[in-house]
Ligand binder design. Structure first.
Ligand SMILES: [Zn+2]
Ligand SMILES: [Zn+2]
Length: 382
């Protein structure tokens, strides 16, 4: 029997159903896992995504011909039974399950296994073949719990505010920023009943300012029912005292812009999984790097793959070679797909220089760590 999904020049193709999944070129029919730019590209004739993801997909792609499916609801697409299941990565992010002639494939897109309230939690889906991402597929990547990272960010913000310096925190505008806002609101105790409508935070050191690109996505999250704390535009800051106590969320592209310069001698921070590797932080000349990713870490990838029960695993973007070898050593049928994913979110060009010694940091898995440390590691994700 032919494979249900193959890689073609346009994207991942399902011949039986006549559609592509996250195509990187315009096609007739595109099923979309999530609205990050490397997975959701403009120009296709018809789109299909999860109902939760519709708002943000439209915010990203504008007026498109879009169908949606509720979580877990099976629909027929060209004779293939298709359903969307939460990937825990960002609002609406889905794993796409395909069933045809008794065979089940799941295409993961991007996923994160630690749950938070900014999007539906990752759901393991049993399948025969699992197509997995591998953005952080090296043993060095192990995330601390989100609450402890949020605590570090709060400590940094409080210390800066005490010195009268703004805290300028760079993070991806879709997904990461909203996860931070929700996490900060929870940690700070939003005043009763008002956080959903943009109420004040009981113990915040100062106002939270969002760049326009972040605020546009905040709006979609709020419309989808995700309670985020009150945020203000930079223009609303009244005086030096307010500027000096603000936490400012801005996309990485705003670094060094005239927009960012209005905050004066701000402390610069960046939130990304890549911050786990010291070289990435050095190169950006940041005051602080915080390690928080919307992708699974190494144990998370293993856990997710195992939970599918799949006997065959196909690895897309990230450290494909390391992951494929690790899976084969465990007796699984593993291979990789060439794709054009890896951009915009944590997959963007923040990847560390993997020749740096930092990458062979302590690991409990000697077989794979050896490979990572010997320069056999593949090039950084695109
Ligand atoms: Zn993504
Ligand atoms: Zn991706």
């Amino acid at each position: 029997m032919a494979d249900l999904v193959v890689s073609r020049p346009e994207g991942l193709w399902c011949e039986a159903g006549g559609f592509f999944i996250d195509p990187w070129r315009p096609v007739d029919r595109a099923l979309i896992t999530h609205a990050h730019a490397d997975h959701a590209r403009p120009g296709s004739r018809r789109y299909l995504c999860s109902a939760e993801g519709a708002g943000v997909l439209r915010a990203r792609l504008g007026a498109i011909s879009l169908d949606t499916a509720d979580w877990g609801k099976a629909i027929d697409v060209g004779g293939v039974r298709v359903s969307f299941h939460p990937a825990g990565h960002a609002l609406g992010a889905a794993q796409i399950r395909l069933e045809h002639r008794g065979e089940v494939w799941v295409v993961s897109g991007d996923y994160r296994v630690e749950a938070d309230r900014s999007c539906a939690a990752f759901e393991p889906v049993r399948c025969h073949v699992f197509v997995t991402e591998s953005t952080f597929g090296l043993p060095v990547y192990r995330w601390a719990p989100q609450a402890s990272v949020i605590g570090e960010i709060l400590d940094w913000w409080r210390a800066n505010a005490a010195e009268g310096r703004a805290s300028l925190l760079h993070c991806y505008a879709f997904g990461k920023a909203q996860r931070l806002l929700a996490g900060l609101a929870d940690a700070l105790g939003a005043s009763a009943g008002t956080a959903a409508e943009g109420g004040a935070l009981a113990q915040a050191p100062g106002p939270i300012v969002c760049h326009g690109a972040v605020e546009a996505i905040n709006r979609v999250y709020r419309e989808a029912g995700v309670a985020l704390p009150g945020t203000v535009p930079a223009s609303a800051l009244a005086d030096r005292r307010e500027i000096g106590s603000a936490l400012v969320l801005a996309p990485p592209s705003a670094a060094g812009s005239s927009w960012a310069r209005r905050f004066g001698d701000a402390s610069d921070g960046f939130v990304s999984g890549w911050m786990q590797v010291r070289g990435a932080r050095r190169r950006r000349a940041l005051d602080r790097g915080f390690v928080l990713s919307d992708h699974a870490d190494w144990p998370g990838l293993q856990q997710a793959i195992e939970a599918t029960g799949a006997g065959r695993v196909i690895v897309t973007h990230g450290y494909e070679a390391v992951m494929v070898r690790w899976l084969r050593e465990r007796g699984l049928d593993a291979q990789s797909f060439a794709t054009e994913y890896g951009g915009d979110d944590d997959g963007a060009g923040e990847a560390p220089d993997v020749s740096a010694p930092d990458v062979s940091a302590p690991s409990t898995d000697s077989s794979v760590q050896g490979e990572a440390g010997q320069g056999a590691t593949p090039e950084a994700p695109r």
